[in-house]
Design a protein around this ligand. Structure first.
Ligand SMILES: [Zn+2]
Length: 345
């Protein structure tokens, strides 16, 4: 009975009442709280992607037409031999042009990418070690971007921009570095290079899903203030973490850079059940009057292996949307979600 009564009431309340409410309600209260669902693809090792992985990503697109990809694409595909490069580039462009997808950026500190950008490669520390001291990764994959200087980060972002321009991939708006590592320096640098959105805030706890290695906790920049319940937030000039006030880091459009928390961690860390429970937790947050968002994340090289898991979770979300029940649920890209969050309060 509850939902029909709400529906009826919402039709009876005149628009001016809603407008008046918007003006007097606290910034936390939204007139029509929505649970936004973002879905990011991480391109970590593009050279290792298989035909089966590409088929899995295409199938998820076809079977869930309302879903909106945010591809965290990786320019390393253009700095070393990558057999499926043309096919994956076609895929990300095709979803952008026909399925409302966004093409953002994901950078791991591989030697080929760094060399191409004019940055000297280092192999330490590593975020996948038991301790920071003495940790290293010869491939650079697990070396956090934050161990490089602002100047070097600037060269990497500029090199990425050039590759994206040459390949017709557009100006990327959403940024996430390997293993979600970030810092105030990096957030300021991405804002200066045209990004508007960060998809990096990562839950450190194990309420849902597995956890990274101890060195990640020391190096990533995140702490227990980021949880599976965290909502998108403006990034303060004083901290990358949620719950900090203005002044905010502004993007080039003079509006704040927004962080989209990675509520559902990433494929291997979580089960379908974990993702559904997190979605339900956010439905509960919206029912209390606050717009919120979840983020699902899948790696390109394990999309075939994880297809069933994500198909199941997306079907569960699709069913909620098709049922028309409250709160409203909408698929959205991370950069579009940033604009929505800024409009809200
Ligand atoms: Zn990655």
């Amino acid at each position: 009975m509850f939902f029909p009564v709400i529906n009826l009431l919402s039709r009876l309340i005149p628009l001016w009442v809603a407008v008046a409410c918007l003006k007097v309600c606290t910034p936390q209260a939204d007139a029509d709280p929505v649970v936004y669902v973002t879905m990011v693809s991480h391109f970590d090792r593009p050279w290792a992607m298989t035909d089966g992985d590409l088929v899995a990503l295409k199938k998820l697109t076809r079977l869930h037409p309302k879903m909106r990809w945010t591809h965290l694409y990786n320019p390393v595909a253009y700095t070393q031999e990558t057999p499926l490069r043309e096919a994956m580039e076609r895929f990300v462009k095709q979803t952008r042009d026909h399925h409302g997808a966004e093409i953002g950026t994901h950078l791991h500190m591989y030697r080929s990418l760094l060399t191409a950008a004019g940055v000297t490669f280092v192999d330490h520390p590593s975020v996948t070690a038991q301790q920071v001291k003495g940790s290293r990764d010869d491939s650079g994959y697990a070396v956090p971007i934050t161990r490089y200087s602002r100047k070097e980060i600037g060269w990497l972002l500029e090199h990425t921009r050039k590759i994206y321009q040459e390949r017709g991939l557009g100006q990327p708006k959403t940024f996430c570095a390997g293993f979600y590592a970030t810092s105030l320096d990096l957030q300021n640098m991405i804002a200066a290079h045209g990004y508007t959105t960060s998809a990096a805030a990562f839950p450190t706890q194990t309420v849902y899903g597995a956890q990274y290695a101890p060195s990640w906790h020391a190096l990533s920049g995140w702490n227990a203030s980021v949880t599976y319940k965290s909502r998108p937030y403006r990034i303060s000039q004083n901290s990358i973490l949620p719950g900090h006030d203005a002044p905010f880091i502004n993007a080039i459009d003079k509006q704040p850079l927004v962080e989209i928390p990675q509520t559902c961690k990433i494929d291997w860390m979580v089960s379908a059940e974990d993702m559904k429970l997190i979605f339900k937790e956010h439905l509960a947050i919206a029912r209390q009057g606050t717009a919120t968002a979840i983020c699902l994340a899948i790696h390109e090289t394990s999309s075939e292996a994880n297809f069933d898991k994500f198909h199941q979770v997306l079907r569960y979300i699709d069913e909620h949307i098709h049922s028309g029940s409250q709160p409203q649920v909408k698929y959205i890209t991370t950069a579009e979600l940033r604009d929505r969050i800024l409009e809200l309060n």
